[in-house]
Write a protein that binds this ligand. Sequence first.
Ligand code: ZN
Length: 385
Amino acid sequence: MTEVTRYARLLEGELPSILAMSERCVNIDSGSYLADGVNAVISVWASPLEGLGFTVERVPLPGFGDQMTARLRLGGNGKRVLILGHADTVWPAGVAAEWPFRRDGDLITGPGVGDMKTNVVMALHVLKVLLAEKALSRLASVTVCIVPDEEIGSPGSRAWLEAESRNADICLTLEPCRPKGGLVIGRGAVGALYLTATGVTAHCGAAREKGASALAALAALVGPLEALGDPANGLSATVGILRGGEARQVVPGSAELHLDLRAPSDEAAEALLAQVQALIRDAPHDPRVTITARGGFTRPAFPTHEGTKALYALAEQFGAELGAPVHGVVSRGGSDGSFAARLGVPTLDGLGPITHDTCSKREVVEVSSIVPRAAILAGLLARAG
Ligand SMILES: [Zn+2]
């Protein structure tokens, strides 16, 4: 029996408790804008952390839930470990009632079940088992950060997470494990641009020439913006929302366009953003329409550096010992792990249980993946000493 197979056996005994706590959290609506729900989920996690000896600090983020930092000083000469999780989901109020936690065979489902309520619950049980085993005494410290606004890109949490990352030697991020064991070893940059146009309203019949269509000005940008995408090189520009107008017979006086941007590196992101801005600036349109843009790249790229490769190699070894294979994935989606990775902190992401159809109403977690993925996390933490 190896170190991680022994952890797996201990964690097997925690599975009923993991599932029960996951159910409790999934059944609380905690969309990013539902501060009370986010805080209720954080409270479920804060008490076991305090029970394990962590010092828990909660700082309210205006308009959102709390930023929770739980610290445990272990006094060893080993690494300072940062674990990143989030309490928010993409779902609005009422979704937990219509789609509550449910288990069907090897699958559990419900809002945020794998992104990432079960994942944080799993990590808490890993810490409990490792501390009981005194397997962390060589570490200098473990810090767990729970983010309230991750699903909207962590705009209010970036500075806090970067400060915590600067005090960490490795970062383990609890985003869902991809189907068949995909761990995230790199990510692209993610951006969001919000365009607003203001024109002049007028009746289409009686005074068409007095009107200046805000909607027509933005609609003309959709094709050229999307044409900046270059899928072969990992670049995309996608208009997710275009809307405007008040009535059929009225020239639209206002309109908005939301643009999603993806790029494989920070340099490519900068170049893409410059092209987008030039296109918006130079686009021909009625001079009575004004277009303003706000936003930019909110998540930096997560480069795969040597430290990340070393963490991945360890996870690969543990996965082989557990009969739970892993493979490395470079994702086009962003996560809080990107903030740490960009600062050069070795970062491994996708350490939650195996999840399918993340952020859809078909989101499910493979129950049988929880114990092996927990054991991989346990091995990484124990070995970091
Ligand atoms: Zn997530």
